[in-house]
Ligand binder design. Structure first.
Ligand SMILES: NC(=O)c1ccc[n+]([C@@H]2O[C@H](COP(=O)([O-])OP(=O)(O)OC[C@H]3O[C@@H](n4cnc5c(N)ncnc54)[C@H](OP(=O)(O)O)[C@@H]3O)[C@@H](O)[C@H]2O)c1
Length: 295
């Protein structure tokens, strides 16, 4: 298939390229090559390329900054998605829109299903939810893939931040009352590769299996990286000054749509993290490529 990846310079975009390139013709566009806010440019570029699939990984992801830059978040996450959906509908391409657990308010205490009602607490979540709605209304052949707590080889994320602090030998204080499902970008990219080969359109919750607190996540990161000697303090969220954007306290996912459509669940979050830290993080594109090729 001919596949366009938007936001190819981001952390998920990077792993989508690694996973899709060996099997497909991949055209990856970073922000400088395609600004999804530009309606006409999006249409013209997709009309000239005529892809079979667009994986839309571009997003405005500055959760706190979005509170003071609501318009920017809306332009990229909502209107950008609309522009791609319009173009995909015209060229007949399948569209994957990557969305977020932050569409939920986190008041539930059991894993969120695709049928649960969203209620975002912050501007980032609102803009992403609007993007979902625009995609669903505009492009028939759409997949909306909500994911959570992403980490991967490219970019800065919770895992890289914990390791960075640990290397400075700092005592870490991590909240133990926010719960979610960590997701390894490479595993998500592999799921998306399976998804786009089907016509099982609709809404999916996609994360590694299991749920943990940020504190448990950090503990496992340190253990798996051989840094268990670093001191880690569990603290409640209210011990920190409030961030500009409110965070949902619980956003673990149930994977009902994956199950009912016959997709294998992703591996447990601990196994994914171990693999990331032992094989992918320290490497070596070469070593990781070998692993991907055998998948
Ligand atoms: N990270 C998480 O924990 C998380 C959790 C749940 C869902 N998600 C979703 O997963 C997807 C991928 O996230 P990620 O972590 O890979 O994000 P990321 O690393 O921030 O990547 C997003 C990419 O989009 C680019 N971008 C921003 N504005 C753009 C525009 N107007 N046109 C084209 N590209 C633009 C960014 O470029 P610049 O950096 O140059 O601005 C960046 O390269 C997003 O849809 C996000 O909402 C992420």
């Amino acid at each position: 298939m001919k596949i366009v990846i938007t936001g190819a310079g981001g952390q998920l975009g990077y792993d989508l390229k690694r996973v899709l390139s060996p099997m497909h013709e991949v055209i990856s566009w970073e922000k400088a090559e395609l600004d999804v806010r530009q309606e006409q440019e999006v249409m013209e570029k997709l009309l000239s390329v005529r892809p079979d699939v667009v994986v839309h990984a571009a997003a405005y992801t500055h959760v706190d900054r979005a509170e003071s830059e609501k318009e920017s978040a809306y332009q990229v996450n909502a209107l950008g998605a609309l522009h791609l959906a319009q173009a995909c509908e015209i060229v007949g391409a399948k569209l994957v829109y990557v969305s977020t657990d932050y569409v939920f308010d986190g008041t539930k205490r059991s894993p969120y299903k695709e049928t649960d009602v969203p209620n975002p607490l912050n501007s980032y979540g609102q803009s992403k939810l609007l993007g979902e709605k625009f995609v669903a209304m505009t492009c028939m052949k759409h997949f909306i893939v909500r994911t959570s707590w992403l980490y991967g080889q490219k970019g800065t994320n919770f895992v890289t931040k914990v390791l960075e602090k640990a290397r400075e030998n700092l005592t870490l204080s991590i909240v133990d009352d926010q719960f979610g499902s960590p997701t390894y970008c490479l595993d998500l990219a592999i799921f998306i590769r399976e998804l786009i080969e089907t016509d099982r359109y609709g809404l999916y919750h996609a994360s590694n299996q299991g749920v943990c607190s940020r504190y448990e996540f950090a503990l496992h990161i340190l253990q798996a990286a051989g840094m268990a000697h670093i001191s880690l303090q569990p603290v409640p969220t209210h011990a920190f000054p409030p961030a500009p954007a409110a965070r949902p306290m619980y956003t673990a996912f149930a994977h009902k749509a994956m199950q009912s459509n016959g997709f294998e669940p992703m591996r447990d979050w601990r196994s994914a993290l171990d693999f990331f830290l032992q094989v992918d993080y320290y490497d070596t594109a070469v070593r990781a490529k070998k692993v991907i090729d055998t998948w």
